[in-house]
Design a binder for this molecule. Sequence first.
Ligand code: PGA
Length: 248
Amino acid sequence: MTRKMLVVGNWKMNGMRAHLDEVDAIGALASAHPSVEVGLCVPATLLMAADERKGGAFVGAQDCHMKETGAHTGCLSAAMLKEAGAATVIVGHSERREDQREASEHVAAKAVAAHREGLDVILCLGESLETRDAGQAVPFVLEQLAASWPEEAGADWLSIAYEPIWAIGTGRIPNKEQIAEMHGAIRGAIAELAGAETAAAMRLLYGGSVNAGNAREIFALEDVDGGLVGGASLKAESFGPIIAAAAA
Ligand code: PGA
């Protein structure tokens, strides 16, 4: 089973109109590396403008509401994001699970809502340092996967991002063995949830302090099909080598 490498930038709450030059440059990098699917999840305020300037990349959003419309002040539906240019949405990022107290059942509902509108979904999972140190990382993440698993999930629209919370924005990353163990366990669990064919086709991304120096080694691991990249995706200069590593 060959899975196309997927490298997605997550700009989080960063990015103003002045940063759209970076979108141009990242779009050009994406065009130069057609063997890699490159995405940029920008703040919703930049979606429309980024969509115009995305080149060979796709643009995405960082969250969506589970409902189609209604009295949900401040929220955005999947249909709105799609209309603004999003092709993908991240759901269940640990920063939302923590800051907005999103439960796994809500994450699953958001993924279903996004898929209903024709958006692809990147579903995030990851353990805290406390859980890792207690030796519970794998069971914790598999439980989170099962609880967040959207109905009728398919490899054609859903990807999973394993992002240990302690590795996000910290410069610390798990070692190769830890990443390989977790990704292998996730793929095994997907086989249980959705069958071997779906498990073999679904892309599993690693996220957490991916940079130009470590991307190549991480992407070379068998069950790693790309990355979800925060800080290093803000500039084409630092994102470019990561895209190139995925193409290698
Ligand atoms: P980081 O963020 O690359 O800055 O660690 C990754 C993420 O949270 O998606």
